[in-house]
Design a protein around this ligand. Structure first.
Ligand code: ADP
Length: 415
């Protein structure tokens, strides 16, 4: 089956076409046939399209909404320019898999999208006002374009974390607030944490229920996950993706009193504060320079910038703190796994996160660490290290495509 995987943001659309099927999944022989990204939907959009094995084609095209963006993508997919093997018409796209950020308690696994599922995703908008409306735009557009003959599947960032026990997901606020409004930890990046845990099992031949690892997704958004007996046991993001680690523009954990304090001292409204916490904090807020880790590392190296160093150190310190907490919660783990743009590409950040943890049995191999960049997958710990460390590039799109196939064929996923 050719599966179109869509990941829609408020003004962006990312896609991949992946050929997969039950036996291709079994043989780990799925094939990515094309990928692309449309940014700045609603004005002069930046379009990047790339068929497998060919160079990327970049253009500026005015695209007014997600529907026109998807039209643009699908016209290219079946065009002479793209020449994607096995795809000559829209009929050669057999299913569409959508990334959906928030599924709350309602969606604990991936599902075929019908009217009731759309209503359920709309009901979760309160919990993810920045993300779910954008994901829905992609779903509405694809339904209109492909009609009911092409099945569509929703894969939720939250569903992997639905296995967390109450001790991990309840906040210590009045219980009736949880009952009334479902205020609790949900966690995000679930598809990424699930993917790297799966790859870890492939690399080490571990059984699912014997997998006890800490996964660290460090990108623009960052989260840590404690995976115990193969299941999400705890994670750092909460009701929304604002909690937990330091991120590009989000500060993560903070004393909630800061909000009232800011209201008085800076005469800020709730939406001003929301903007501070979501868009002006994290690496950007600390450094005053950028939310981009690569640029901060350059600033530190080339100009010895004190605030760049501070931002990087606080970022690493927070990750370290979560590693300690999760090792205690899980009574130890066999490995720590790095993924995401920073986790996959920055030996410096990994080194700072794992430094001085030898007492816990975590020892990083400097040579292995330095060599693990640009999509490489493997171990970065010293041979004698009691807790191993790995870098595993994430591939959320692949799991979305695989879940889509399993939902369409009505085969439950094993993990
Ligand atoms: P998103 O969460 O938007 O998917 P990514 O996972 O692509 O983002 O991560 C983006 C982050 O990864 C940025 O902070 C970027 O600077 C960082 N990054 C990418 N490559 C490197 C690198 N070689 N060294 C350090 N950081 C990097």
């Amino acid at each position: 089956m050719n599966v179109l995987v869509l990941n829609c943001g408020s003004s962006s659309l990312k896609f991949q076409i992946i050929e997969t099927d039950l036996d291709l999944i079994e043989k780990n022989a799925d094939k990515q046939k094309a990928k692309g990204l449309i940014e700045r939907i609603g004005s002069q959009s930046l379009v990047t399209l790339q068929a497998d094995g060919k160079s990327a084609n970049k253009q500026a095209v005015p695209l007014r909404d997600h529907r026109t963006a998807l039209d643009h993508v699908t016209k290219w997919i079946i065009s002479h320019d793209a020449q994607i093997p096995g795809i000559a018409s829209l009929g050669d796209i057999h299913a569409v898999g959508h990334r959906v950020v928030h599924g709350a308690e309602k969606f604990t696994k991936s599902v075929i999208i019908g009217d009731d599922v759309i209503k359920g995703i709309e009901d979760c908008i309160d919990l993810a006002p920045l993300h779910n409306p954008a994901n829905l735009k992609g779903i509405y557009a694809a339904r209109e374009l492909f009609g009911s003959a092409v099945p569509q599947v929703a894969v939720f960032d939250t569903s992997f974390h639905s296995t967390m026990p109450e001790t991990s997901y309840l906040y210590a606020i009045p219980y009736q607030l949880y009952r009334r409004h479902k205020i609790r930890r949900y966690g995000f990046h679930g598809t990424s944490h699930r993917y790297v845990a799966y790859r870890y099992r492939e690399l080490t031949k571990k059984k699912h229920e014997e997998t006890n690892v800490i996964t660290l997704h460090l990108g623009n958004g960052c989260s840590a996950c404690a995976i115990k007996n193969g299941k999400s046991f705890d994670t750092s993001m909460g009701l929304t993706p604002l909690e937990g680690l330091v991120m590009g523009t989000r500060g993560g954990d903070i004393d909630p009193s800061v909000i009232e304090f800011l209201m008085h001292k800076e005469a800020m409204s709730m939406s001003d504060i929301d903007a501070v916490l979501n868009k002006q904090s994290g690496l950007l807020g600390l450094s005053g320079l950028t939310n981009d880790m690569r640029d901060l590392l350059d600033e530190e190296r080339e100009h010895n910038d004190r605030r760049a160093t501070l931002a990087i150190c606080i970022f690493a310190h927070r990750v370290k703190k979560y590693i300690g907490a999760y090792l205690a919660e899980m009574n130890g783990a066999e490995a720590i796994i790095f993924t995401g743009g920073i986790g996959e590409n920055s030996p410096t950040v990994r080194q700072r996160v794992l430094a001085d943890l030898d007492w816990l049995g975590i020892e990083i191999d400097e040579n292995a660490n330095v060599g693990m960049i640009s999509g490489k997958e493997g171990e970065i710990s010293k041979p004698g290290s009691r807790v191993k460390s790995y870098v595993i590039p994430t591939n959320e799109e692949l799991l979305i495509a695989r879940d889509t196939v399993r939902c369409v064929k009505d085969v439950p996923r094993r993990w």
